[in-house]
Write a protein that binds this ligand. Structure first.
Ligand SMILES: [Zn+2]
Ligand SMILES: [Zn+2]
Length: 281
């Protein structure tokens, strides 16, 4: 079974995990993992709407964001000396296309000693990113966007995942159809965008995760089984890994055996290895 977990969250510095980095790392070690990657959220954009900016882990100021990320890395580097388990420093990054974001992000990467980055897309946004809303917060918008607007935003969401793949910044792509947790993008008319994501993964031989967090929320992992099957042909040309996306100690490694069995049944043998982790840029 996969003996590492690379997509985990904790509650240092107002990040959205429920346990400290120390508690998460201790649990991963106790469960027999050889490596834990810590991947708190990197969410920064000048156009985050005001109510989002009040959430401490969402930054509308790049410099403030960077200071928090540096501090986060210091906390982890300090813990590295105290544990036998190997600790990798990562972030789960919401990829944006606004030139201001890409410009600052690339400069910041030269100053942040990270081991790897994951792409995790959690936002709906319009083309020029003047409107950005975390899918989780969509229900709080007043007035609510009409169905045509939601449709267009959902297409942008899927296209943003393709742009993230093509950016080359990431070691792997997280939860390809995250929006379906919230009942978005499930309709057949979005299949063409999901196929385009899969084609892009294949074209760039870009690793992706199967996220077990969906089991508790919608009874299945992400992405949907048909998408994993589509990638599994010929043993799976594109490396795949299992992620727990743990925000709680008890979720570390949860449902890994179920996904191992699913992959074995599909004959998906091409697995992501720790050697495939890479620094961005
Ligand atoms: Zn995520
Ligand atoms: Zn996550």
């Amino acid at each position: 079974m996969q003996n590492f977990t690379l997509h985990t969250h904790n509650n240092e510095l107002h990040f959205d995990g429920r346990y400290s980095a120390q508690e998460m790392i201790t649990t991963a070690q106790q469960k027999g993992f050889t490596t834990i990657g810590v991947s708190n959220h990197m969410i920064m954009h000048p156009n985050l709407t005001p109510y989002l900016s009040r959430e401490p882990m969402f930054f509308d100021n790049f410099e403030k964001a960077e200071a928090a990320y540096q501090r986060h890395i210091e906390i982890l580097q300090n813990l590295k000396t105290k544990f036998k388990i190997d600790i990798k420093v990562g972030f789960e990054v919401d990829f944006f296309q606004d030139p201001r974001w890409r410009n600052y992000f690339e400069k910041m990467l030269t100053r942040l000693p990270v081991d790897y980055l994951i792409s995790g897309s959690h936002f709906l946004k319009n083309k020029d990113e003047s409107f950005i809303c975390n899918i989780f917060h969509l229900k709080y918008l007043n007035p609510q966007p009409d169905s045509q607007t939601i449709h267009e935003l959902t297409i942008n969401h899927y296209e943003n995942i393709i742009a993230a793949i093509e950016s080359g910044y990431f070691s792997f792509i997280a939860h390809l159809d995250y929006c379906t947790i919230f009942g978005l993008g499930e309709d057949k008319r979005y299949d063409e965008y999901k196929y385009r994501i899969l084609e892009s993964l294949k074209k760039h031989n870009h690793p992706f995760e199967i996220n077990t967090g969906g089991y508790d929320r919608i009874g299945r992992p992400h992405p949907a089984e048909w998408m994993i099957k589509e990638m599994a042909n010929n043993g799976g040309k594109v490396p795949v890994l299992i992620s727990d996306d743990a925000h709680y100690t008890e979720k570390i490694g949860r449902y890994f055996p179920e996904v191992e069995k699913m992959l074995a049944d599909m004959g998906y043998t091409n697995r992501f290895t720790l050697e495939m982790l890479r620094k961005p840029l």
